[in-house]
Design a protein around this ligand. Sequence first.
Ligand SMILES: [Zn+2]
Length: 94
Amino acid sequence: MTRWTRWWLRTHDPERNAAEYVTGELPRRARRWFEAHLLGCDECWQEVLLGRLGRRLAEETREQAPARLRDRVRAAVQLASSAGGTGVPDPSSP
Ligand SMILES: [Zn+2]
């Protein structure tokens, strides 16, 4: 049993661990261990399925901003970055 495995078993948190797995935040070694763990842990398996479903629903319901708004945001970001600003538009400027 590796040090990481001992740590994992001590801090097993299906919701957090599955979220890290689904979002790709787990390091490679932890990911391999978690994938093997999934085969025997119903709690983690359910959390992974829920996490994937949630991500898919979020992707499907995402709406693109109107073109005019996108252009305004791009212009504000370019202006702020070229001027060395903070990225936050000055509300007092026209
Ligand atoms: Zn588990």
